[in-house]
Each structure stands twice: as C-alpha cells, then as structure tokens.
Design a protein around this ligand. Sequence first.
Ligand code: PMP
Length: 334
Amino acid sequence: MPVEVRQAVAHDCLGGADARSLLSLPFTAPQYRALQADVDASLRRLLDIPPRFRLLFLPGGATAQFAAVPLNLLPPAGRAAYVVTGHWSRRAAEEAASHGRIERIGPEAMARAEGAAYVHITTNETADGCQYRAWPEVDAPLVADMTSDLLTRPIDFSRLALGYAATQKTIGVPGLTVVIVREDLLGRARAYTPRVLDYTRQAEADSRLNTPPVFPMGVARHMLDWIEATGGVAAVAERIERHGAAVYGALEASPGRYRVPVTPAWRSRVNPCFQLAEPAHTEHFLAAAADAGLHELRGHPRSGGVRVSLYPGLETAAVDALVGFIRAFAAAGT
Ligand code: PMP
C-alpha cells in the first residue's frame, strides 16, 4: 500500500484537531454516510460504472459472496454454471453446490452455460496465477469474482451482471466486500436468505443493515483517491501489464531454473506464479529473497512454489528489485 495512503489512514486514526478518530466513527453518523458515498462515487468514476448498477458494501469477505450469489440469483429449480479455473473458483462452486444445482465447466465450454441462471467466473485466480485476458462471451448473466483484479483494468459492463471483490487485495484491507450488481437482478433472493446476505435488503438499507466495516471503508477511500490522483485505472493497467511482463521475462530467461505452469495466454498479470525447476530449491529462494527485502512470495499452500503479488499500490522499484533477484538467483546456480 503506497506510503501516502498509509499516512492518510494514520492521520484519520489519530483524528484531527477535534481528535475524532476513524476508529470510533459510528456508522450512523453523517460523516460515515459521506464516507460511503465518497467511495461509491470514486468507484463509479474509476470504473465508469453505469447507473443501472448498484454498489453494495458488505461484510464477510468474498467467501460470504460464494453463498450470497446462489441465494440471490439461483431459483430453487434453476441451474448455475461455474467455470472452474483454479482454487478460488473451485471454492465458489463448492459453496454454491450447497444451495442448488450447479454445473462445473471449463473455460473452453462456455456454450454449456446456455440456459443457466448465471455463469460464475473468477477473473484472476490468485493462488494459481491465471487470469481471463478478455471478458468472456456467454449466453447467461455473467457473475465475476474480481477479488484480486478489480481496478487493475477496465470492466465491460455490457457483459457483466454482477461482480464482487473483497477489498484486501486491490482496494485496501480485509473486512469489506464490494458488490456491483445490475438493478434488475435485485428482488430475487430466496425467502430464507440471511438478511445480511440479501442484496435487496442491503440495497434498501443502503448497505447499513447492520454495522458496516467502517475502518476498511476509510482505508478504501484513500486508496481510491490515490489511484485517481495517479492516473486512474488506465495507469494501473499499464503499470501492472509492464510489471507482469518484466517478471515473466526474467523467469523465461532462465528456463532451466524456473517453470511457469500457466500457458502464456492465461498468465495473470497480477499474480505471476512459478515453481523452481528443482522444487527443493524453493525454500532457499524464499529465504534469500527475504534477506534481500522481498517478502510475501510464498505460493498458496495448495499450489506451493512462488507467487508474486503485483497489486495496484506496488512501486516499479519493488518490481525492479524482484526481477534483479530472480535473475541473480538463476545466475548463482543453487
Ligand atoms: N476469491 C479470490 C479470487 C481470492 O483471491 C480470495 C482471497 N484471497 C477469495 C475469493 C476469498 O476472500 P475472503 O478471504 O475475503 O473470503
């Protein structure tokens, strides 16, 4: 997270001249309503979100949305298609299967989504390092988990019915989930849907059905302000594209040393994942990287190996340092 954002958050936590801190801001106060409205407006400006979409700000992380999506969009007699591309889409499908009939399909079999109540994709598989490079064309409302790539590129709202993202990757800290939902999809939740997960009730309550995640909202405001001040989503997209290409370039320069399991057309620009050609060298790589000041590179426990996170706030200097390290480690040989 950029230092400017951390400083602004620290200032809000300490409080200004009247010592009123973000940490004790009641959600019923006009200041909180203004904060939420600010975040709503920033997201709309940054992503060019059309008026027919509502923004909801919900607790429970993206995992809560794995349940909320079928509860709100899947009629009891209906069927939903889940495109399984890795760990997180698998988890989404598993949860949805508790709530109705779902069909798991591969990304090459989108045609099988026809007639489904919706088709669910995970735009960027954070643990596996694969990412849709374009919005898929499907004959059913498209629902997208965008937790790890929201704000890293433009969204084609003519294709999207609902998108959601927990904010801890690209917009701030854990605790808050943004849901962008087309208004005509409201009003369909099953009667037994927990109120806190019911999009319609949350929309009616302006996302304040219960105490919302006030602190993550305060952080999001500053992160969004920073993205806007530094050139918006276009600038983030250009930077991440460049950073991703630099990391893959360094890996491909030493094929004897590193292995990228994802085929080029599917490689994530946000989360390059790779293995050491000799798996026993992984711990040495991670330890040497940490000694060089390069942290949080351990792969997801399910995948092992190395996972790089190129989220919007990351500076090019950090990427340059990583690329230098990848090349030097390869040259050192062990
Ligand atoms: N989807 C994706 C793509 C993720 O990366 C994650 C978490 N990293 C989740 C869902 C789960 O999010 P949460 O832990 O906020 O429930």
